[in-house]
Structures are given as C-alpha cells and as structure tokens.
Design a protein around this ligand. Structure first.
Ligand code: GYE
Length: 330
C-alpha cells in the first residue's frame, strides 16, 4: 500500500512538473541551492494603490499574512501609476529579493520588466490582476478572481430582474481603471449575458477609476446627460457608493428609482445593500495573502504551483447581506 502511494505521489509530481513546463524555469526556488529558512526569505510586493475598500482590505491581508508567516515583506504603493509599479519592481530586482509579487494596474506593458526579473532569476507571482504577456514563462502563477465570471453574474441578475419587461431598460456602466483586467473583463462578461434581452441597453459607459470620488463625478454627469436611467452597473462597490451620493443629491432614491449592481462586497458596499441602496453585489475576495504565502513556501521547498489559481466567491442579495454583515472581516 505504501509503495502504491509513493508511486502515485511520484506520478502526481511528474504530472505537476509537466503541467508547469509551460511556465518555464521561473518555477524553481530562488537561488537553486535548496530551500531557504522561511525566516530568511524576502518578498517584494508592488501594490496598485489605495483606491478602494477592496484594495485596503487586500493590503492589510497581505501584510498580516506575511507577518504571521514570519516572512519579510517589502511593500510599495504605486498610487495607480504603472511607472511607479515598474520602478518598484526594478528596485526589488536590484535588492535581490527572493520573490516578487504584484497586482498589475493595467494589463499591457510588462514584458520588459518581467524579463529583467527572469534574467535575475527572481520568480514573479501575479496577484489579483492579470497581464496580457504572451510569454507565460515570465510569471509562475496568477492568483486571483475570474473577472469575466463576475461580470456574467452581474449580468445574470439584471437579465433575471427584467425578464418580463417589455420596455427598454437604460443601463449606465461605471467602469474600473481603463486597461485594468477587472475593468475589461467585468464589462465583457456583463455585455455577453445581457445581450440575451434586446431591451437591456448600456446607454453610457465611462471610467470612474475604481474610486468613490470618480464614481460620484461620472454619475453626476450621467444624470445630466441621460434622461431616464434605470440601472447602474458599477465595476466596484466604491464607485457604486459614489453613484449613490450623486443619485441622492439629484433627489432620486438609489435602489428604487435607479437600481444599482456592483462588484466586491466590501463592508460599506454590503451595508448599502443591507440598507436597500444597492440591489445586488457580486463578491470579489481581497483575501489573497494566505494563498500567496503558501505559493512562496511551496516554491521555496522546490515544489510546483498551478499556473492559474482562481479565488472562490459568491453573490449577495439584500437578505444575504444582512445575514453576512456581522461576520464580515472587511
Ligand atoms: O474590484 C476594485 C479595486 O483588482 C479586483 O481593484 C481588484 C479591483 C477591485 O480597486 O475595488
């Protein structure tokens, strides 16, 4: 029995290695001299910024997880600017960290700096957002949500909500940061699903940069230019919360006169859903820290990790938000 198990284990290891072959040699543990003591590892993390409640929760979770694991974390905040993130990554390369993790603000333009990391033998892990690099050997793994799926879930709620409507439904979309994976994919998934009912029309769509202020400003302008808005689809809670302020300032009732669907399910969003100001939220989990630590420990031990690790998440109606709120961690 023992022998059988070890054969199975060896087979699984081989399969794992074969599965990882496409991500090249960047899956090796840093240095190649066998595992380092966990306490000696140094990881550089280049964060997007502090644009939303989601991001704040994500930063805290990552910092807490590394502290708990006893792994040194060098952390930088790029203030939503790609050039700052590239600078941070270059400085991590220069400092000779063992691993680099980052959440790319936009999808494009990473090949040069990722090649520099590869040349320095520093494995890179993408957390939360994707890059569009064709060369997948530039990173070991992408840990984060399926944003297309999130867009589809939002679209499905809208489709169900208006299934009996014979009139046009005017939808406005508050997009995330232009060029960011979650903005591109959440728009795509949503559009695909609502295309099933020709009454559902996105009459205006503009970026609010994932911020509350951005969402408010764009919504104010849309309320002036669009005479009859039925529903707001915001790519995150913060922009939805900004839209609520604009809708109330215009003398309308959010959640009733204008329905609101958002993505994230952070505390303030869930509170607004419980209060009936938002109608539906698609969850996107910011709690990626423990999984990131696991990936790094596995690589350090010479193991392999899946090239794509998808976060599990759910959706919330008002009743579900009321029930979930007391136990919500963020
Ligand atoms: O939904 C939004 C944040 O990349 C998934 O970025 C993340 C998104 C999140 O600013 O609130």
């Amino acid at each position: 029995m023992k022998k059988l198990l070890s054969i199975v284990a060896a087979g699984a290891l081989l399969l794992g290695l074969a599965g990882c072959a496409s991500s090249g040699d960047s899956g090796d543990s840093a240095g190649g001299d066998g595992p380092k003591a966990v306490g000696d590892l140094v990881v550089g993390f280049a964060q997007v910024g502090a644009e939303s409640g989601w991001r704040t929760a994500n930063t805290k979770d990552i910092q807490d997880s590394f502290e708990e694991a006893g792994i040194e974390l060098k952390f930088s905040d790029a203030q939503q600017k790609q050039e700052n993130q590239i600078k941070a990554i270059r400085s991590y390369i220069q400092q000779g960290v063992d691993y680099i993790a980052f959440s790319p603000v936009v999808e494009t333009g990473w090949d040069a700096v990722l090649n520099e990391a590869k040349a320095a033998g520093i494995p890179v892990i993408l957390t939360d957002r994707a890059v569009d690099s064709k060369d997948t050997s530039l990173y070991v793994s992408f840990l984060g949500s399926d944003f297309i799926e999130e867009g589809k879930k939002a679209g499905q709620w809208v489709l169900d909500q208006y299934k009996d409507s014979t009139e046009p439904v005017n939808i406005v979309q508050l997009e995330g940061t232009t060029g960011a994976a979650p903005a591109i994919d959440r728009a795509e998934g949503f559009a695909e699903v609502i295309a099933d009912n020709e009454n559902l029309k996105v009459v205006a769509s503009q970026t609010g940069d994932f911020t509350r202020a951005g969402g408010k400003q764009v919504m104010e302008a849309m309320l002036k230019s669009q005479p009859d808005i039925d529903l707001v689809y915001a790519h995150n809670d913060d922009m939805g919360l900004g839209a609520i302020e604009a809708i109330e300032a215009a003398g309308l009732v959010p959640g009733k006169d204008i329905k609101i669907v958002t993505v994230d399910a952070v505390h303030d969003g869930m509170q607004a859903l419980a209060d009936g100001k938002i109608n539906f939220i698609v969850e996107c989990s910011p709690l990626l820290g423990a999984q990131l630590v696991d990936i790094i420990k596995t690589l350090n031990d010479g193991g392999t990790v899946e090239p794509r690790i998808i976060t599990e998440e759910t959706t919330f109606t008002q009743e579900q938000a009321i029930e979930a709120l007391p136990d919500r961690k963020y």
